[in-house]
Design a binder for this molecule. Structure first.
Ligand SMILES: Nc1ncnc2c1ncn2[C@@H]1O[C@H](COP(=O)(O)OP(=O)(O)OP(=O)(O)O)[C@@H](O)[C@H]1O
Length: 300
């Protein structure tokens, strides 16, 4: 049996901007056909990593392979296999949505149909509107349309739904799922943890330029992180919280003790967001103190 080589291999990646270490010994792989979300607080090194993978930034150490090619040397053929939705794109000028997409499609050997892509991002009613006249969220949809028009094998989505209204986010998620079903490999960064939970097969959490955790969404934070939490209020007014793998047994015990419905009873299972916030809170004091030490070192 032959196994397909990964779409992305990052091995001991390092990037510094002068004295600032943005990415420090980062290693991970993204399998073909996988949707992988890179998560982390502001300044963690996500965009730097993505821009290195896209060939827009030079690394200062380590090895990287994207669709079998070193992004530092990838040519136009390689680039045509990628779809890129950057964080900040320039303001769209005088062209209409349809004109801009028709122009972009010419750069690719096997583009999708322009009208098909316009429909997929929900811009049918704006197809003949100048991009400069669209709202922020609508412009973002044009960015996404430009990212997928070339039928990419690997799609980079850097905070794609910033500025979307809730309905547009849900439509966008449907679009990403349909791209994934067609076999597109997707690398996503987002600050919306529910977005990662909805879309990602696996998640990598970067904190202070280092990989803090990696795995399937339900594996992040370790085996005990998703243990359900039972909350109720005692007769003396105290709010009680207990984590237990057997919440039904605890609720039954409470029902017996209260001789009926326990006050303000809730049973919740921690979400990816809860687990992520715990991870960041645990890791950040260490990262912050090492940054502070580095700053003191620089100041000397
Ligand atoms: N061109 C640059 N010159 C100097 N430092 C930079 C440059 N770009 C990024 N950095 C620094 O590198 C670190 C990582 O930044 P990066 O933009 O990769 O983080 P991020 O995880 O994408 O953050 P965000 O979630 O805010 O987009 C930060 O400390 C940032 O200040």
């Amino acid at each position: 049996m032959t196994s397909t080589p990964p779409a992305v291999v990052v091995d001991g990646l390092h990037k510094s901007y002068g004295d600032v270490v943005a990415v420090d010994d980062l290693s991970f792989e993204i399998h073909r056909g996988e949707t992988f979300a890179l998560l982390g607080p502001n300044g963690a090194g996500k965009s730097t990593t993505i821009e290195i993978l896209e060939g827009y930034r030079r690394r200062t150490g380590g090895a990287v392979s994207v669709l079998g090619t070193d992004p530092g040397t990838g040519g136009l053929d390689w680039r045509a296999r990628l779809g890129i939705v950057l964080q900040d794109l320039p303001e769209g000028g005088v062209h209409t949505v349809r004109e801009q997409l028709t122009q972009a499609a010419r750069y690719y050997p096997r583009p999708r149909g322009v009208d098909e892509v316009i429909a997929a991002v929900g811009l049918e009613s704006k197809a003949d509107t100048r991009i400069g006249k669209l709202s922020g969220g609508q412009r973002r949809r044009v960015d996404v349309a430009l990212g997928v028009i070339g039928r990419p094998e690997l799609l980079f989505l850097d905070e794609p739904t910033t500025g979307f209204d809730p309905q547009a986010r849900h439509e966008f998620w449907r679009l990403v799922r349909s791209l994934a079903e067609e076999g597109t490999t997707i690398l996503l960064t987002t600050h919306y943890l529910d977005e990662a939970e909805q879309l990602a097969d696996r998640v990598g959490v970067i904190i202070g330029g280092r990989l803090a955790d990696i795995g399937r969404v339900e594996e992040i934070g370790g085996a005990t992180s998703r243990v359900p939490v039972v909350r109720w209020r005692e007769d003396d007014g105290e709010l009680r919280t207990r984590r237990t793998g057997a919440p039904a047994a605890l609720v039954a015990e409470l029902v017996g003790r209260f001789d009926g419905e326990p006050h303000e009873l809730t049973v919740t299972r921690p979400t990816l967001e809860d687990v992520y916030l715990d991870l960041v809170a645990t890791a950040l004091p260490a990262a912050t103190s090492s940054l502070a030490a580095a700053a003191t070192e620089v100041a000397r």
